[in-house]
Design a protein around this ligand. Structure first.
Ligand code: 13P
Length: 263
């Protein structure tokens, strides 16, 4: 069944996650899901997942349950329950068969005021509720140009270590998404991405070598069928978090196959 069903742990394998962001409708989702399911039939050696808007999780559960593709949300409340209008808890997502949730996406950090501490709380809440968080980290263009990419990524990770402990990293996936590459068509080169992925793994390795070797680190930012294989060929890139290209079944399935090929 799905990769985390029995163990509750993320092992280092290949994974491609579609982040639909604020897109979709019942009708367009149905076509997209049907085409993804058909396209993914028989693809082995990687895990495929979609993170969809809250109202469509039920539809996605119906379409994907019993198969190999897993599903999740793009955000989760840091709270379990209470007077928090408009929020959705981890246990609600579990109720609808979600196994993963994106936390700390740069769009949430930049547009909805999520700071490092809040992202860390969401990370912990996701795990407590039985979900695998996909923790997004990454620098803005300004930060890259100032030469502080490593500091930014370290700060973002450290906030989660402080809150969740290193044990927390045993049950998560990390996504490195340079903000300047998201939705811009400007992909990081495989070398640029690899450099940061290796840095993240080395940072975690200082605290727990075994864990750092097992953790999946996905790259996100303008991944397409045409550039996926070269990115996934890098030693520390374990797959991708895909925005725009995940809305096109052919593109998305090709990206998944590129991850499977080099597994
Ligand atoms: P794009 O693939 O559209 O650049 O988006 C990347 C992303 O933000 C995935 O979470």
């Amino acid at each position: 069944m799905h990769p985390f069903a029995n163990t509750g742990k993320a092992m280092r394998e290949r994974m491609v996650v579609g982040n639909w962001k604020l897109h979709g409708s019942l009708i367009s989702n149905k076509t997209l899901l049907d085409e993804i399911v058909t396209g993914m039939a028989g693809v082995k050696g990687m895990h495929c997942a979609v993170c969809v808007p809250f109202p469509y999780i039920f539809q996605v559960q119906f379409a994907l349950q019993g198969g190999e593709i897993v599903w999740g949300a793009q955000n989760v409340s840091q709270y379990e329950k209470g007077a928090y209008s408009g929020e959705v808890s981890a246990s609600m997502l579990r109720d609808l068969g979600c196994s993963i949730v994106i936390v700390g996406h740069s769009e949430r950090r930049a547009l909805y005021g999520e700071d490092d501490a809040m992202v860390a709380e969401k990370f912990v809440a996701a795990q407590k509720g039985g979900l695998i968080p996909i923790l997004c980290v990454g620098e803005t263009l300004e930060e890259r140009e100032k030469g502080i990419t490593a500091n930014v990524v370290e700060r973002q990770l450290q906030a989660v270590v402080d809150k969740a402990g290193m044990e927390g990293f045993g049950r998560c996936v990390i996504a490195y998404e340079p903000v300047w590459a998201i939705g811009t068509g400007k992909t990081a080169t495989p070398q640029q991405a690899q450099e940061v992925h290796a840095y993240i793994r080395a940072l975690l390795s200082e605290q727990n070598k075994g864990l750092s070797e097992n953790i999946m680190i996905l790259y996100g930012g303008s991944v397409k069928a045409s550039n996926a294989a070269e990115l996934f060929a890098m030693p520390d890139i374990d797959g991708g978090l895909i925005g725009g290209a995940s809305l096109d079944a052919n593109e998305f399935v090709s990206i998944c196959k590129a991850a499977a090929k080099v597994a």
